[in-house]
Design a protein around this ligand. Structure first.
Ligand SMILES: C[S@@+](CC[C@H](N)C(=O)[O-])C[C@H]1O[C@@H](n2cnc3c(N)ncnc32)[C@H](O)[C@@H]1O
Length: 208
């Protein structure tokens, strides 16, 4: 049965196929009923952190991972970036993103499987709201490293409680020979402070 799309249902998902089903239901109303009504700040804060931590943008492709309806892409456009692709497991979410014109290419893919993307393609990996309860865990980082160029910049949000429960700290230790300059910056997921599970981390690092 398709669960009623809301934050509680999203956090309780148990598989990529459950994600696919829930986001197919949620796509049309996500921007208004979730992002606007709940004061969802994360896409703006992650895109702003990306822009602030570049130390000089050099040409290269950006991949927005778990791009959804394109909220990160829209904010990156606002900052002047346009060479952006969006990847998501949900066709319906990407169709909403397509209507906004913020991505050059949209890729349907499951972060727990091999992506239909060649090695060493992306100079920048960005993501908001995807590494969280019920969605994507640390093992997906291996596939993202495969498709990234040496020296690529990652800027990805991770729900703080998920960071602990899903084992991101151990994963970052295991990746020590592949990544460098890891910085973990606290971030509020929502504009208002009423959400109990509203803490996130923006993980910024470069591939070696
Ligand atoms: C909370 S939404 C975030 C969307 C967008 N980044 C934002 O901040 O509004 C999480 C997104 O992750 C996608 N997702 C969940 N599991 C996935 C997987 N295994 N592979 C790729 N995308 C996935 C969902 O389809 C959804 O669009």
């Amino acid at each position: 049965m398709v669960k009623k799309p809301n934050l509680d249902a999203a956090y309780a998902l148990q598989s990529p196929s459950e994600n696919r089903l829930l986001y197919a239901e949620w796509a049309e109303s996500y921007d208004h009923d979730f992002a606007k009504n709940m004061g969802y700040a994360l896409p703006i804060r992650v895109a702003d952190a990306f822009s602030e931590n570049l130390n000089g943008f050099q040409n290269g492709r950006i991949l927005d991972v778990g791009a959804g309806t394109g909220l990160v892409g829209q904010r990156l456009n606002f900052h002047g970036y346009s060479d952006i692709d969006g990847l998501d497991i949900s066709l319906e979410m990407l169709e909403v993103a397509k209507s906004k014109g913020c991505y050059q290419h949209m890729i349907i893919g499951n972060l727990y499987s091999r992506l239909q993307i060649q090695d060493n393609i992306y100079s920048y990996i960005i993501s908001a709201g995807t590494f969280t309860h019920g969605h994507v865990g640390p093992s997906a980082l291996d596939e993202l490293l495969r498709i990234s160029k040496p020296g690529a910049l990652f800027c990805i949000s991770i729900n703080s409680a998920h960071f602990v429960s899903a084992g991101f700290e151990k994963k970052f230790q295991e990746l020590d020979e592949k990544i460098t300059q890891l910085d973990l910056i606290p971030v509020q997921i929502y504009f208002g402070g009423e959400h109990t599970d509203g803490q996130g981390i923006v993980a910024i690092f470069r591939t070696r």
